[in-house]
Design a protein around this ligand. Structure first.
Ligand code: NI
Length: 137
């Protein structure tokens, strides 16, 4: 059976600060640069969720995109959009909200909601030129 990958794009704006509380301010500034700003800063995150699997012969779909769209809206956009990730999203209370960690958190949330026979990949753009991809451990 052939496998096809369907993609859904989504977007959220969020603020964050990158820092390691075990380090000095100077070391945080050296490693994280402007992203260590204690007053936070924002990014326009672009999210691409890819779901790969066999085409269901009854529907012709790999996954109903209406369901995927709604899943991303409810589970990701409503939770992350216009939030301060460090302060308002529980997953980042003790986890640096880098693009890498945000992608893993998003993958973990969506993985629980998507049929196990489908492969899931999360691509997250923090800037138009910087992006990360997570396909599961
Ligand atoms: Ni940043």
């Amino acid at each position: 059976m052939v496998k096809v990958t369907v993609h859904r794009k989504a977007h959220f704006n969020a603020a964050h600060r990158l820092y390691n509380s075990e380090w000095s301010d100077a070391r945080n500034a050296t490693v994280f640069g402007k992203c260590a700003n204690p007053h936070y800063h924002g990014h326009n995150y672009e999210l691409i969720v890819a779901v790969k699997g066999e085409i269901n012969p009854e529907t012709g779909f790999v996954m109903d995109m209406k369901i995927l769209k709604q899943l991303i809206e409810v589970e990701i956009e409503e939770e992350f959009d216009h939030k301060n990730l460090n302060e308002e999203v529980a997953a980042f209370k003790n986890l640096n909200p880098t693009a890498e960690n945000i992608a893993v958190i998003i993958w973990n949330i969506l993985r629980k909601k998507i049929a196990t026979e489908l492969n899931l990949t999360v691509t997250l753009y923090e800037t138009p030129r910087n992006f990360v991809v997570y396909e599961g451990a």
